[in-house]
Design a protein around this ligand. Structure first.
Ligand code: SF4
Length: 225
C-alpha cells in the first residue's frame, strides 16, 4: 500500500527507470518467430520466464511453426513442457492455436501472424490468448500501445499509488493506467515494470538501495530512508 502523498509519478518513474534497462530486448522469453513467441507467452502464464526458457529452445527446434507443432502432436508437446505449471491445459491450447493458424504460410520458419490478428479482439479468439497474453504479444511484436497487466504491473501500480482499491482486476488496472501514464510510454509499460518489478521493486524485500526512483518513492514497502 502506498502512503497518501504520491510523488513517484508515472513520468518520473519511466524517465528514470528506462535508462537503467536494456530497451532493445523487449522480452526475456526465448523465441524464434512470432508463432514461437506467442507459444512462449502462453507457457509463461503462472510460470517464470526462466522456467519457460529451459524447455523452449529444444521445443522450438522441433516445432517452430504451427504445422510442425501439429506434427509433434499433443502427447509429443506435453513431453517437452511437462515441467511447466498447467502443462496439460497449455498443451491443449497450443495445439488448438496451431490448428486455428493453419494456412498456406503456417510452415514458414519466419512465421508472422496474418494482419487480422494485429487486432486485440481477433487475437483473443485464438486458443490460450487472454487479454494479458494478447497485450504482451501486441506490445512486443507490433509495438502496440496496450498495457499487459501481469503480477509485477498489478502489484507495483498499487504500490506506487497509481491505482487504488477500485482497480482490483488486471482489466481495471489497465484501463486506469492507460489514462494516467503518458501515451509515449504505453507500449513499454509492461516491459519496464516487469523488469524493474522482477529485479528491483520485488514483491518481497524490494532492493530500494539500488532503485533509480528511490528519492521520489513513498511506498510503505520502501526499506531505506
Ligand atoms: S524498489 Fe523501493 S524505492 Fe524503488 S520503487 Fe520499489 S519500493 Fe520504491
Amino acid at each position: 500500500m502506498a502512503k497518501s502523498k504520491i510523488t513517484l509519478t508515472p513520468d518520473i518513474y519511466f524517465a528514470n527507470v528506462c535508462p537503467t534497462l536494456n530497451m532493445n530486448i523487449r522480452s526475456e522469453l526465448y523465441s524464434t518467430n512470432e508463432f514461437t513467441f506467442a507459444v512462449a507467452v502462453i507457457l509463461s502464464a503462472q510460470a517464470t520466464d526462466k522456467k519457460v526458457n529451459e524447455v523452449t529452445p529444444e521445443l522450438f527446434k522441433i516445432a517452430p511453426t504451427p504445422d510442425k507443432m501439429l506434427k509433434l502432436g499433443l502427447d509429443g508437446l506435453k513431453k517437452h513442457i511437462r515441467v511447466i505449471s498447467f502443462f496439460n491445459n497449455k498443451a491443449d491450447n497450443i495445439i488448438k492455436l496451431s490448428t486455428q493458424l493453419k494456412d498456406k504460410n503456417s510452415d514458414d520458419i519466419n512465421y508472422k501472424f496474418p494482419k487480422k490478428y494485429h487486432n486485440r479482439v481477433e487475437l483473443m479468439k485464438l486458443a490460450g490468448v487472454g487479454q494479458k497474453t494478447a497485450n504482451v504479444i501486441m506490445n512486443v511484436l507490433w509495438n502496440a500501445p496496450n498495457i499487459g497487466v501481469d503480477t509485477h504491473v498489478f502489484r507495483n501500480a498499487h504500490r506506487y499509488g497509481w491505482v487504488g482499491m477500485a482497480e482490483n482486476t488486471p482489466e481495471k488496472v489497465e484501463e486506469k493506467l492507460l489514462k494516467i501514464i503518458p501515451q509515449k510510454y504505453h507500449a513499454i509499460v509492461n516491459h519496464v515494470m516487469v523488469l524493474h518489478g522482477r529485479y528491483t521493486c520485488k514483491a518481497l524485500r524490494p532492493d530500494c538501495e539500488h532503485c533509480p526512483v528511490a528519492k521520489w518513492c513513498n511506498a510503505s514497502e520502501k526499506n531505506i530512508l
